[in-house]
Design a protein around this ligand. Structure first.
Ligand SMILES: NC(=O)c1ccc[n+]([C@@H]2O[C@H](COP(=O)([O-])OP(=O)(O)OC[C@H]3O[C@@H](n4cnc5c(N)ncnc54)[C@H](OP(=O)(O)O)[C@@H]3O)[C@@H](O)[C@H]2O)c1
Length: 176
């Protein structure tokens, strides 16, 4: 896990704005939530399919009590347009005075295999949250005046690396 960058000073994010972090309850997404809070965001909303665990809730409470940021979680499946739409409506209902100003997109499912041995199900499992998810987010946000859109991936996801686990697409490929 890469630690959040500390190359900025002052606030990058707005107190009167909301930021959506897809995959925000785990891994890099949670690191981004902490980064948003540290740099001035007023409202951080995690989108993921799961309900927050007790540990997630404790982490959220700890973060809220050490800052003036509201941190909440919404159950959203980004592969489904209706679910994303409901998630955005819910953010607007929860924080009616906060404009949505950023989306950090880190949805991923690890379904890795050497590419020749991947079947359609494995391939779709890995690609669906990224491709459908990114497209649904694009459709929902295209008329919003966002300051930030960040999409996580991994550079090796676009390379062919022998026997290397490629998390960005959830695909492991073999040098040919
Ligand atoms: N970790 C790193 O250091 C690192 C470095 C560079 C790039 N990245 C990239 O960052 C991305 C995230 O990595 P990670 O390590 O944070 O993985 P992770 O902990 O497995 O996080 C993936 C998140 O995506 C969510 N998710 C999956 N499908 C979803 C869906 N249909 N709708 C909504 N949320 C969904 C998961 O929550 P639910 O299962 O509850 O839906 C989970 O919170 C990956 O693309 C990875 O390649 C990570």
């Amino acid at each position: 896990m890469l630690p959040p960058a500390r190359a900025v000073s002052g606030n990058m994010f707005r107190k009167d704005a909301a930021y959506i972090i897809v995959g925000g309850l785990t891994g890099l997404g949670w690191a981004c939530v902490q980064f948003l809070v540290a740099y001035g965001a007023g409202h951080a909303v995690c989108f993921s399919r799961r309900k927050p665990s007790q540990e997630n809730l404790k982490n959220i409470n700890d973060l809220e009590s050490s800052s003036s940021c509201n941190v909440v979680s919404e159950q959203v499946d980004v592969t489904r347009y209706d679910s994303v739409e409901n998630g955005f409506k819910s953010v607007n209902n929860r924080f009616p005075c906060a404009e949505i100003k950023g989306v950090i997109f880190g949805a991923a499912i690890l379904s890795d295999a050497i590419i020749e041995s991947m079947d359609n199900v494995k391939f779709a499992t890995a690609l669906s949250p990224k491709v459908r998810g990114a497209w649904n987010l694009h459709l929902i946000t295209r008329d919003l005046n966002l300051d930030y859109v960040v999409i996580h991936s991994l550079f090796p996801a676009y390379m062919v690396i022998k026997e290397n686990r490629i998390m960005g697409l959830g695909i492991r490929s073999k040098m040919v």
